[in-house]
Write a protein that binds this ligand. Structure first.
Ligand code: FE2
Ligand code: FE2
Length: 521
């Protein structure tokens, strides 16, 4: 339970109530128009009976604006917290806001919002203004006495910012947050994984605020709650400044799989996040889907669990979905609808991190043939707590029609090292430290920059201390494929029987890998 107190002086802010009251102003014959102008009827004996005419309203002294006594934001019995934004439907005309309240007896909770920027200053000062309201859908949160609230706003103006706050008069209101619109042609997304709640993780959060982006992709291992559910609340609370003002979508990692088992595997991830295609899994349908796809502009994104939550039995259907989804995307790319195909997941396929080099062979057999078949352009991953970027590659060799893997498990939970065997032939950039990658999407090209900060030393202790500023440590470009490459990737999906013919071995090796990771990061 929270310790907020009810503000007894709070007055209800009515949606759609203007600042100037006209209710008490009467025109001639007791009538008044909606806009305050007064209608005057002609005398009854007028021979010509001219039509009713509108005359200017007499200047009146407007009543002072109705000032709401509550302070914005306001405390209450159940203050909203952990506010984060995503989209589960159209990325331009919809936004989904998700937040938490403590306990199970929360009052009805709302979002109130406007896209009229001119109203926001007055709103912030507590004046009653026209605005829209929607009621939230509360649901239980995995493993803790917390309620998760969700609202999806639809039919938004895709060219204007969204200003919103969540809560209720009894429970308390959040501050007013802003979500900027996503530009259609030139826009930016960011990617990192392996975040946690450490001081370094908060440094990454603070630096993210200095690099506004239209979409944040987290490649798994978000909170490192590892079954201790209140850590999820800490993570959401720590990151609210960024997550309430940027759309974020995530992939599940091995640490998400430590919350629950079997059908409730990754229970916190599934119950606290809001992702597209929540009903895509027949066996593990949930709001925070562990595999889903969406387009932003001319980029198609597919988010994969990479087998991290195999215990919920959804991997076979995810693999079939991946095959069909990427086939459709490759055909749409040939048709000119999109330019790029990007996959986000936790596990890398290839790596030089100490102890994990040279590859995750489960994923080589599980996924790599699918990525290469459909001409995936970028594979964004985490899991290994270093930064490493490949040249375009396939099966461990540089290949101009392969995919580029960008590994950024540099969210700050810990800093690791590369092994002593030298970098593999596909590797093009490496960095030890913390940071994230920005991707600037322009017509026909994606330009990436890794913003990193190095630790004070490389021994086990000093490697976890980062004091220096973030700088660009790697820059790269991914250009739209040649027409020949686009054509060769536009092929039909394979029969599920062919795709899953070795599933028992894939499952066996995936479970072995997951078991091995259970005590690692
Ligand atoms: Fe991991
Ligand atoms: Fe990790």
């Amino acid at each position: 339970m929270n310790d907020g107190a009810v503000n007894k002086t709070r007055r209800t802010l009515l949606a759609g109530v203007g600042g100037i009251s006209v209710a008490g102003i009467s025109g001639c014959f007791g009538g008044s128009s909606d806009n305050g102008s007064t209608l005057v009827a002609p005398p009854q004996d007028s021979p010509t009976k001219p039509p009713i005419t509108e005359v200017p309203e007499e200047p009146i002294s407007p009543e002072p604006p109705e000032v709401n006594e509550s302070i914005f934001p306001s405390d209450g019995t159940h203050p909203p917290r952990g506010i984060h934004a995503s989209f589960v439907e159209d990325p331009y005309t919809s936004r989904t806001l998700t937040w938490f309240t403590d306990g199970h007896d929360e009052p009805q909770s709302f979002i109130r919002y406007t896209q009229d920027e001119s109203l926001v200053d007055k709103w912030g000062s507590g004046q009653a203004l026209p605005q829209n309201m929607e009621v939230s859908e509360p649901s239980d949160t995995f493993g803790v006495e917390v309620r998760t609230h969700r609202v999806t706003l639809r039919a938004l103006d895709p060219n204007r910012s969204l200003f919103y706050q969540v809560g209720s008069d009894v429970g308390g209101w959040s501050g007013i947050h802003t979500l900027k619109p996503i530009p259609e042609e030139s826009w930016r997304f960011v990617h990192f994984g392996d975040h946690g709640t450490t001081p370094n993780a908060q440094k990454v959060h603070d630096e993210l605020l200095r690099h506004p982006a239209d979409l944040c992709l987290i490649a798994g291992d978000l909170s490192y709650a590892d079954g201790n559910q209140p850590v999820w609340d800490t993570w959401f609370d720590q990151n609210e400044p960024y997550l309430s003002s940027h759309v974020m979508l995530a992939a599940a990692g091995n640490h998400e799989n430590k919350d629950g088992s079997f059908k409730s595997s990754a229970g916190a991830f599934k119950s606290r996040l809001s992702h597209p295609q929540p009903g895509i899994s027949v066996t593990a349908s949930n709001p925070g889907s562990t595999f889903y796809s969406f387009d932003v502009g001319r980029v198609h994104f597919l988010v994969s669990s990479a087998g991290a939550v195999i215990e919920d039995f959804s991997l076979p259907e995810e693999l079939i979905n991946m095959e069909v989804d990427l086939s459709k995307a490759a055909i749409r790319r040939l048709a000119g609808e999109i330019d790029f195909i990007v996959i986000l997941q936790h596990y890398p396929i290839w790596t030089d991190q100490e102890g994990r080099s040279p590859a995750n062979f489960t994923l080589v057999s599980l996924q790599e043939q699918i990525l290469v078949r459909y001409g995936v352009d970028l594979l964004l991953v985490g899991h290994d707590h270093v930064y490493q970027r490949s040249a375009p590659m396939a099966y461990g060799f540089r290949n101009p029609i392969g995919y580029m893997q960008v590994m950024a498990g540099t969210g700050g939970v810990s800093v690791r090292l590369f092994d002593d065997n030298g970098f593999q032939r596909w590797s093009e950039s490496e960095f030890v430290g913390i940071g994230f990658v920005t991707y600037d999407v322009e017509p026909g090209v994606i330009r990436g920059n890794f913003w990193g900060a190095a630790p004070v030393g490389l021994d086990n202790e000093s490697r976890q201390i980062v004091n220096e500023d973030f700088e660009i440590r790697d820059s790269f470009e991914v250009k739209k494929r040649s027409l020949a490459s686009i054509k060769s990737a536009a092929v039909m999906p394979r029969d599920p029987k062919i795709l899953l013919k070795d599933y028992s071995m894939i499952a066996y090796h995936t479970k072995l890998r997951n078991h091995r990771d259970e005590h690692g990061c």
